[in-house]
Ligand binder design. Structure first.
Ligand SMILES: Cc1ncc(COP(=O)(O)O)c(C=O)c1O
Length: 411
């Protein structure tokens, strides 16, 4: 099997330079790079098969429909869902979670009901629930963290009550990189009759996911964070829940019959897919799943763990580096390292690293309540994927050593 250096050959962008240096791409939590096979699949779709699906009786349209529905079946198998009707294509995780908040939340949550989140949610799994809480007079509550970044066991035990209607939790935090105990949370939530919404944006690309084993009622993820193009995402929902929900968006292709005053809606999954579908994105998603399955999640996870175990002791040697959430490698830690350089703003850190050809993210990572909880306005984040190497880590750390010097703060 190829090592990470060989995987890099499949990714044209990684052969480029950035600011005159071979690129070290460490912003994989934001979006991943795309292998040749995914780029080819998108090109082939637009070069040979492009037509509006589900509508035409001619060969091209039928082919486009097949490509789209094949992607749905591939996605179903990939996450272990029972039925392709439970796979709704959206634009991304954000749209998937908004669909649940607006279609389920606004219709099944009432005054005084509780929505329980973790403090580590990305804004995509937080702001929509705030909107629902404001609209319905519901109460937002949070599960907070232990010092090591894990969810507080006490909060887990006490905050899911008979009033809890939704537990919305990220499978893996995009800041801390820790895998949350979703199955345990789901069991507790279901025992109280609550519905469990899982943000899988940072888990699906990195570990094998089985939505049934997790006990998720809804599960959302984005194609672009798992080698596929931007603009295609997935919402998994249990069919009994999706069947009972009204459409989120309305218009073409999601109807059964339209009269002047009334409309009846299509069955799942079409009911939730208004307008022309992203068939090119679906073709890319199929190719991405093929590629990931070929690499294998054991290898992906092992590589990321290896890089974290390699990087953390080297970072701890630098007295001016502050690490957040977890400063030792452990089993539930994926390839995300969040840090600050003492007395230097994260935007300055990323700009200085950029000059060295190293791409990391600086900012609040769309997780402002978590930043506030950690007592920071912003942090830097390096996030790995299986195509990253120890050389990348060395280049990143060598660049970090220059930051304080460039800022004239001494070593
Ligand atoms: C944990 C998590 N949830 C949701 C999102 C939102 O993903 P998208 O912008 O693809 O909707 C992200 C993206 O960074 C994320 O990391």
């Amino acid at each position: 099997m190829p090592d990470a250096h060989d995987f890099r050959r499949d990714f044209p962008l990684l052969k480029q330079t950035m600011n005159g240096r071979p690129i070290v791409y460490l912003d994989n939590s934001a979006t991943t790079q795309k292998p040749e096979s995914v780029i080819r699949a998108i090109g082939e779709y637009y070069g040979q098969d492009n037509a509006n699906p589900h509508r035409g009786a001619y060969a091209l349209s039928i082919k486009a429909t097949d490509i789209y529905e094949n992607a749905r079946e591939r996605a179903r198998r990939f996450i272990g869902a029972d039925d392709a009707r439970e796979i709704i294509f959206t634009r991304n995780t954000t749209e998937s979670l908004n669909l649940v908040a607006y279609s389920y939340g606004l219709n099944y949550i009432g005054p005084g009901d509780e929505i329980l989140l973790t403090i580590a949610e990305h804004h995509s799994n937080l702001v929509p629930w705030q909107q629902v809480a404001h609209a319905k007079g519901a109460v937002l509550k949070y599960i907070y963290l232990e010092k090591d970044g894990n969810l507080s066991p006490r909060d887990l035990e006490t905050k899911i009550t008979a009033r809890t209607k939704i537990v919305a939790v990220t499978h893996v935090s995009n800041v801390l990189g820790l895998v949350n105990p979703v199955r345990e949370i789901a069991d507790r939530a279901h025992a109280k009759g609550a519905v469990v919404v899982v943000d899988g944006a940072q888990s699906v690309p990195h570990i094998a996911v089985d939505v049934k084993a997790l006990g998720a009622d809804f599960f959302a993820f984005s194609g672009h964070k798992m080698l596929a193009p931007m603009g295609i995402g997935v919402l998994y929902g249990k069919s009994a829940l999706l069947d009972a929900m009204p459409p989120f968006l309305t218009g073409g292709d999601m109807i059964d019959d339209v009269a002047e005053q009334e409309t009846t809606f299509a069955e799942l999954p079409a009911k939730f897919e208004a307008g022309t579908q992203n068939v090119g994105g679906a073709a890319g998603l199929t190719a991405a799943i093929d590629y990931l399955e070929e690499v294998g999640f054991d290898r992906i996870h092992a590589r990321e763990k290896e890089l974290v175990a390699y990087a953390l002791p080297r970072l701890r040697e630098l007295p001016y580096i502050e690490l957040y959430g977890c400063d030792t490698a452990r089993d539930n830690k994926l390839g995300i390292i969040t840090f600050n350089v003492k007395d230097v703003h994260p935007h300055d850190v990323s700009t200085i690293l950029d000059a060295e050809g190293v791409a990391v993210r600086g900012g609040h990572h769309c997780a402002q309540p978590l930043m506030t909880y950690l007592g920071q306005n912003a942090t830097c984040r390096a996030s790995f994927y299986f195509y990253n190497t120890k050389d990348d880590v060395d280049r990143w750390i060598a660049a970090l050593k220059k930051v304080r010097e460039v800022m004239r703060l001494g070593a």
